[in-house]
Design a protein around this ligand. Structure first.
Ligand code: APR
Ligand code: PHB
Length: 389
């Protein structure tokens, strides 16, 4: 088999790249380790920056997003019983859109199937060969048969646990990591959201987040210790703890109900540099991870894909390799700014084991500045709605 761009990974990064390249007449094959049903069964954050909305519109996959997505002009932050709002539109002129990542992925799969572009599901033992040559290729096994895919370029869109990043020799990679001493216990419930906007709640008991998927599907999170397990938390215990971390007037509004999904996720900041090795280009979680506090994971994958698809389109249009040669530095410049924002927002709102009284006063002072100072709110809003591509 031969293709122009072999894409490893059928998550949002791989699918969006495939769609954008197809619209430029560039053919791709996506190799996805899991089944389509498994990929679509993942529950992930759903806050879309303006840049991602524009990219999905450019890709021609925004019709349902425009119909079902929830425009959010700001967000609420609470610290114990004090709550205030950061006005995204007032500060930046831009809003964000709440629309589940699962739905983005579903829309992208629908588009790929309409394009008739091949996706090899349950592709096992994917391996990248000769990425640092002019004739790279990828191999995998499917149904006991070994496949070899000749290509011009390889896009590593296979997430944090994929094979792409580690194909780059260790002595050519620089990895940066911060593991946070807590996790997020998340619950999905078929209940109306507690508020029309998200509430990022910081309290003496720890962080909580009140989010949503639609008018009758809510998503809530509690900061929890890494020793805790999902089975330690009944629905009732979750709801009671959530109420204790929210302002009392919001807790009174909370509609509780049975969980339809409950899970614990660890938090880490991670970046691997460079995001290119020869004809292999890394996109999204394959190259970087952010704590979910700033909802940047999907949005960073989008800006990586934007830069890479532009570089590939330039190459195939005979405009040379400058775009591809600039890809890694250009993507990392935006990645590190989002890493900083996600680290800052996590550090500001969470309770850290062993935190001193001084540490807590620093949090309170920054929170008070954010509550009372327009420039501080504007800086947060600019990062939250998404810095320009
Ligand atoms: N071979 C083929 N496919 C693989 C391999 C492999 N060796 N390893 C992983 N995959 C697939 C996974 O099954 C997954 O479907 O690659 C895909 C990677 O998708 P994501 O992990 O969702 O990463 P990405 O597409 O970059 O999207 C980033 O997803 O994890 C969230 O918070 C993250 O919102 C962000 C978004
Ligand atoms: C979510 O809805 O899952 C979500 C929203 C905002 C975040 C993180 C997660 O910052």
């Amino acid at each position: 088999m031969r293709t122009q761009v072999a894409i490893i990974g059928g998550g949002p990064s791989g699918l969006l790249l495939g769609r954008l390249l197809h619209r430029r007449g560039i053919n791709t094959v996506i190799l996805e380790r899991r089944s389509k049903a498994h990929v679509l069964g993942r529950i992930r954050a759903g806050v879309l920056e303006r840049g991602l909305v524009a990219l999905l519109t450019e890709a021609g996959v925004s019709e349902r997003l425009m119909r079902e997505g929830l425009r959010h002009d700001g967000t609420l932050l609470s610290f114990d019983d004090t709550m205030f709002r950061v006005d995204f539109v007032g500060a930046t002129g831009h809003a964000v859109t709440v629309y589940g990542q699962t739905e983005v992925t579903r829309d992208l799969y629908d588009a790929r199937e309409a394009d008739g572009a091949p996706t090899l599901f349950e592709a096992e033992d994917v391996a990248i060969h000769d990425a640092d040559s002019d004739t790279p290729f990828v191999t995998c096994t499917r149904g006991g048969e070994t496949l070899r895919i000749e290509c011009d370029f390889i896009a590593g869109c296979d997430g944090f646990h994929g094979v792409s990043r580690t194909t780059i020799p260790a002595d050519r990679r620089r990895e940066f990591e911060k593991v946070y001493p807590f996790g997020w216990l998340g619950i999905l419930s078929e209940t109306p959201p507690v508020n029309d906007e998200l509430i990022y709640a910081s309290s003496e008991r720890g962080f909580a987040l009140c989010s949503m998927r639609n008018a009758n599907l809510s998503r809530y999170y509690l900061q929890c210790s890494l020793e805790e397990r999902v089975e330690d938390w009944s629905d009732e215990a979750f709801w009671e703890e959530l109420k204790r971390r929210m302002p009392a007037d919001q807790a009174k509004r909370l509609v509780t109900g049975p969980s339809v999904e409950k899970s614990i996720a660890p938090l880490r900041s991670f970046v691997s540099e460079p995001m290119r090795w020869g004809r292999l280009f890394l996109c999204g979680d394959a190259a970087h991870i952010v704590p979910p506090t700033g909802a940047k994971g999907l949005n960073l994958a989008a800006s990586d894909v934007h830069y890479l698809h532009e570089g590939l389109a330039d190459h195939y249009a005979g405009r040379g390799m400058d775009g591809l040669d600039a890809y890694s530095a250009r993507a990392l410049s935006r990645v590190w700014k989002a890493e900083r924002f996600s680290w800052w927002f996590t550090t500001l709102t969470h309770r850290f084991p062993g935190q001193t009284g001084f540490d807590r006063r620093m949090q309170e002072a920054e929170i008070d500045l954010l509550r009372t100072n327009a420039a501080a709110q504007a800086a947060m809003a600019e990062n939250y709605v998404g810095l320009p591509y």
